[in-house]
Structures are given as C-alpha cells and as structure tokens.
Ligand binder design. Structure first.
Ligand SMILES: [Zn+2]
Length: 303
C-alpha cells in the first residue's frame, strides 16, 4: 500500500515538470495566427517550440479548429491566441482548454481598453486588428513576455532581453512607416481594402480607411456596399485600392469594375497582408516584414 502510494506520488509529481518540457527540453507553445506567432518567436526565441495553427493567407475570422489542432492544443504547455473575437469560430475550443486547466490567454487582454476601437456591427465588442498600431502591439508583446515568464520562470532574463530587443525594432519600424507616409500628400492618405483590418493603422498614421467587408469577413459585402464605396472612390479620385492575402480577390475586383463603370479608372495597387504574414521565404514572413511590405505597397501605389 505504501509502495503503491509512493509510486503514485512520484508519477503525479513527475507529470507536471516532465510533461511541461517534452521536446528537446523546450516548452511547447501553440498560437493561432502567423502575426502572433512571429511575435511570440521574437520573445521566446530558441527557448520554446512554437506551433502556429493558421498558416500564411488563412482567414482567422472563419477558421475552425481541426481535430489535429485540438490535439496540438491538448499537448501544449501554453496556448496564446489574439482574442477580441478575431478567432471568431474558436471560442468554444479555448473555453474547453481553459476548463482542462491549460495555461491559455489572449495576447490582447493586457491592452488598455480605452485605446481599443469599437466593432461597429457588433456592439460591446472591440475591433481585433490592433497589430497595425505599433504602440498597441508593444503592449501585446509585453503581455506575451509575462505569459512566457509564467510558463518558464527560469528563462525570465532571456525573455526580458528578447522583449527589449523586439521593442527597439518596433520603434525603428514605426519611424520607417512614418517616413514613408511623409511621401504622400495628406489628401492621398486614403486606404480602401477588402475588409476592415486597417482601422487601427488609419488612426495611428492619419489615414482615412474603408473596408469593403466589415471588421469580420463573416459579413458579405452587399451590392449597396459596393456602390457606396465606388461613389466614394470616384468622388475622392483615389488612385488605387488593395486586395488582401487572406481574403478572396473577387470583391475588390467587383469594386474596381463598379468604379470603372462610372468612368473612373482605379488600379488594384497590390496585395496587402491583413490578418496574416506572408509565406516562408518572402520578405513579409515576419511581423515587421509584413508591415514594411504593406506600407511600401500602399505608398508606392497611392503616390
Ligand atoms: Zn480581419
């Protein structure tokens, strides 16, 4: 009896630490999106095994967790998601993981609510696309750092150092963006995209922003939406509009047609990364690369 009890104790104590560091002695961290994933990688570095559920070009608003995803989350030592209902179809899965006692949190849960933008069509909710306001994404990075330190206290110093380096790079990125925007006269700072992923960007950098679909891609654009936005483009003589890598191109193409039917020629200025980074091997593979690619595409097309 005593022997059985001590075996049980050894096993149960053994579980917590052993299971928490399975592969190569590293912690397994599962995140939802590539933008979040790159940020977690910046801070966690080589100290964690990172698993990203949604690949480049995947729309997080519509994404449903597969059986494989649930398995990965069940195995994970920590799960980090964006929150603010970006992962609109995954709420139940997150709740389930919480109930199982997983270390799981929304990276946006530390951001000062007064800085969040409203989700117009969904009262009581906030716009989840805050990665295009660098001052807010810095707050998210700080929250991620806290989470990782909670998971692996012994690496705290290294996480802090990584965070500091990342925050410095974000300050440089912000300067790069502001300098590029200076190339555009103020009346050209109008951004028309496939869905409303750029409101924080617009607020932070002084752009008027219009998305054909709303904040979530769940709501389809109506013909009235297309007509209204086409009128706006003609009236403002906007040179270019943009497709997004995680949203089908057909809506923006329909908008371009509607504008042309009114006798004004608007170009498709290129592809922006909205809810996802670019693919492996592209310059937009990282969060910073994504933002740089976007700002270059926007400024070059609207100039
Ligand atoms: Zn979105």
């Amino acid at each position: 009896m005593l022997l059985a009890l001590s075996i049980f104790l050894v096993l149960s104590v053994g579980c917590t630490k052993q299971e928490a560091q399975v592969d190569n002695g590293k912690y397994n961290v599962v995140v939802t999106t590539t933008i979040l994933g790159d940020t977690v990688r910046e801070i966690g570095g080589e100290l964690i095994n990172l698993e990203i559920l949604m690949g480049p070009g995947v729309d997080p608003h519509l994404y449903k967790a597969s059986a494989g995803d649930v398995k990965k989350m069940t195995k994970a030592d920590m799960i980090i998601y964006n929150g603010l209902h970006l992962e609109g179809k995954m709420g139940d899965v997150f709740e389930n993981m919480k109930n199982q006692g997983k270390l799981i949190f929304a990276a946006t849960d530390g951001v000062d609510e007064s800085k969040l933008l409203d989700f117009d069509a969904n009262p009581g909710h906030y716009d989840p696309h805050l990665w295009f306001d660098i001052s807010l994404w810095k707050e998210v990075a700080v929250r991620i750092n806290e989470g990782l330190k909670e998971l692996a206290e012994e690496h705290s110093e290294e996480f802090d150092k990584n965070l500091e380096g990342f925050l410095e790079k974000l300050t440089e990125l912000d300067e790069y963006i502001r300098n590029r925007i200076e190339e555009l006269p103020e009346d050209k700072r109008v951004l028309v995209t496939a869905h409303d992923a750029f409101k924080y960007f617009g607020k932070a950098y002084g752009f008027e922003v219009r998305g054909l679909q709303g904040i979530s891609t769940e709501a389809e654009a109506s013909t009235a939406d297309v007509r209204e936005l086409a009128d706006f483009i003609v009236e403002k003589e906007i040179k270019a509009i943009f497709v997004e890598s995680s949203v089908p191109k057909k809506n923006i193409e329909a908008l371009q047609e509607a504008v042309r039917a009114k006798g004004f020629n608007v170009e498709i200025g290129g592809e922006l990364y909205s809810d996802s980074t670019g693919g492996p091997g592209t310059e937009a593979e990282s969060y910073i690369g994504t933002f740089k690619s976007n700002i270059d595409t926007i400024v070059d097309a609207l100039k």
